[in-house]
Design a protein around this ligand. Structure first.
Ligand SMILES: *[C@@H]1O[C@H](CO)[C@@H](O)[C@H](O)[C@H]1NC(C)=O
Ligand SMILES: *[C@@H]1O[C@H](CO)[C@@H](O)[C@H](O)[C@H]1NC(C)=O
Ligand SMILES: *[C@@H]1O[C@H](CO)[C@@H](O)[C@H](O)[C@H]1NC(C)=O
Ligand SMILES: *[C@@H]1O[C@H](CO)[C@@H](O)[C@H](O)[C@H]1NC(C)=O
Ligand SMILES: *[C@@H]1O[C@H](CO)[C@@H](O)[C@H](O)[C@H]1NC(C)=O
Ligand SMILES: *[C@@H]1O[C@H](CO)[C@@H](O)[C@H](O)[C@H]1NC(C)=O
Ligand SMILES: *[C@@H]1O[C@H](CO)[C@@H](O)[C@H](O)[C@H]1NC(C)=O
Ligand SMILES: *[C@@H]1O[C@H](CO)[C@@H](O)[C@H](O)[C@H]1NC(C)=O
Ligand SMILES: [Zn+2]
Length: 418
């Protein structure tokens, strides 16, 4: 069975919703344009055991001031902290779309019982892959690089230990990616997060504890987003304008709350299922290799002749990183450009801090076929324009073939992320 998803022709929506929330009431000791890493084995070694020895750093947190790592971000009394209360009260909750939090099934999947999947009133991605909000004043999702023959490179679930070989590889290849960092991982592995910013990757948030966002209350959704922003800022000095929900689970209620924090979601239109190999029943190394091969074929057989993709892949572990490294030479051959999402979307200032800038698509590809421009520039030369973070891609006539059974299994099955 093959599941066809027609590309929705989304008009470029320049919605900048009215945002009143206090979003950056926290500071950082890091200048993101001047990052240096200490010469310790955790930062330099490619031996997994050495990299994963826990370390203290200037970024170590006082646990009493933060949510419990890997627990919902309202934990540890954070929903009653002065800063969170001030944030919560700065939002006009009478305007939040009134869709109830969803439930999980006993197996850990989303319970869609009773949801009107035909009309999809909440624009619930998990139900329909809906990406263009049905409620007004909400930032629409980005989900495909607009230029032809572009592979939008994204990795979820970092940072972590044992990723030095992967970051070294990307650095050698002068390859930038969009990295979606989990807040709990950022505070546990700060040098991993600093490496990502130092190397010029495009950093975005991936929630504090990686829960299914539509199952959370308004307060919990806000806390998951806010404390992830705060963690990334605390360690790296940048405040991302973009985020990605775990498993793509978002609807207009979740999007509205993210919009209050000026955040725009980046989803995808191709999924490698790399995390599921040898973890989920029926998904083998060969399954994922075949998906990569299909996506590589799409680069030469006309599928992306008019517009590009955004591909979901993961940092999670050695196996997921190795899938990408193995297929990278073929990806580069099959596509004109392999780019991070900020660059492919001309988002030159993807952070609140405008000292860090990225090239436009044209600047990036003008001189070479890979993104070799140094995206980090400091100080005076930085452009003062605000990021076009709510530009939706326009695409027409494209039809992407996804692996239906896998997709459905992932939505309803048991999720095991390491
Ligand atoms: C904070 O969260 C706790 C536990 O979920 C809940 O009992 C309490 O009512 C919440 N407090 C506020 C002010 O929302
Ligand atoms: C930040 O939040 C604290 C409460 O935790 C408050 O006292 C302070 O005034 C706030 N600062 C700004 C700049 O809003
Ligand atoms: C979730 O479960 C609770 C308790 O059974 C129920 O009251 C609520 O209606 C359910 N929510 C949805 C969206 O089905
Ligand atoms: C995965 O492990 C193998 C064997 O230890 C190693 O050669 C390879 O570099 C590792 N890959 C990554 C991305 O760390
Ligand atoms: C391109 O390749 C993909 C993956 O192999 C395939 O599903 C699709 O049908 C192909 N499209 C065309 C136009 O040949
Ligand atoms: C990353 O590291 C933590 C330990 O800090 C671990 O619990 C977690 O599962 C690891 N992997 C991912 C994908 O987050
Ligand atoms: C990026 O900029 C180029 C050149 O100005 C333009 O053609 C393209 O449409 C822009 N892409 C987006 C997503 O704004
Ligand atoms: C939200 O983003 C817009 C456009 O970049 C900016 O003008 C505004 O100041 C931001 N608001 C907050 C609260 O950060
Ligand atoms: Zn994830």
């Amino acid at each position: 069975m093959v599941w066809k998803v027609a590309f929705i022709s989304a008009a470029a929506a320049a919605t900048v919703a009215s945002v009143n929330a206090v979003t950056t009431n926290y500071t950082s000791s890091t200048d993101p344009t001047q990052i240096t890493l200490p010469d310790i084995p955790q930062v330099t070694s490619t031996d997994p055991a050495q990299q994963c020895v826990y370390y203290n750093s200037p970024y170590s947190i006082n646990p009493s001031e933060w949510p419990t790592v890997w627990d919902i971000a309202t934990s540890n009394g954070m929903n009653t902290s002065a800063e969170f209360t001030a944030l919560y009260n700065s939002i006009d909750w009478t305007k939040v779309p009134n869709f109830p939090p969803r439930n999980l099934t006993a197996a850990g999947g989303l319970d869609m019982t009773g949801y009107d999947g035909v009309n999809d009133p909440a624009c619930w991605w998990s139900s329909s892959t809906c990406k263009t909000p049905k409620v007004e004043g909400i930032n629409p999702d980005l989900y495909a690089c607009p230029e032809p023959d572009v592979w939008g490179l994204t990795f979820d679930d970092g940072p972590n230990c044992s990723h030095n070989a992967f970051y070294d590889f990307l650095e050698q290849e002068k390859q930038k990616a969009t990295m979606f960092y989990i807040g709990s991982n950022v505070v546990n592995w700060p040098y991993g997060a600093l490496r990502g910013v130092k190397d010029g990757h495009h950093i975005a948030g991936h929630t504090w504890s990686h829960k299914m966002m539509t199952t959370l209350t308004n307060q919990e959704v806000l806390a998951e987003l806010y404390y992830t922003q705060k963690a990334i800022k605390h360690v790296t000095g940048v405040t991302p304008k973009h985020w990605r929900p775990a498993l793509g689970d978002l609807d207009d209620r979740v999007r509205w709350i993210a919009t209050q924090l000026n955040l725009t979601a980046i989803i995808w239109n191709l999924d490698t299922f790399d995390w599921a190999a040898n973890v989920q029943a029926g998904v083998t190394t060969e399954t994922v290799d075949n998906l990569y091969q299909d996506f590589i074929n799409m680069g030469t057989n006309g599928t992306f002749a008019n517009s590009g993709n955004i591909v979901l892949s993961h940092e999670i572990n050695n196996q997921t990183m190795d899938f990408f490294m193995k297929h990278y030479p073929a990806i580069k051959k099959a596509y004109s450009h392999v780019l991070d999402v900020a660059t492919c979307m001309n988002i030159t200032t993807p952070y609140v801090e405008t000292t860090v800038t990225f090239p436009t698509f044209e600047q990036s590809v003008g001189t070479s076929s890979s993104s070799s421009a140094n995206p980090v520039s400091s100080g005076t030369g930085a452009s003062g324009t605000s990021g076009s973070s709510s530009v939706a891609t326009t695409s027409s006539g494209n039809s992407i073939t996804l692996n239906g059974p896998l997709f459905i299994a992932a939505l309803f099955g048991l999720f095991v992320l390491v």
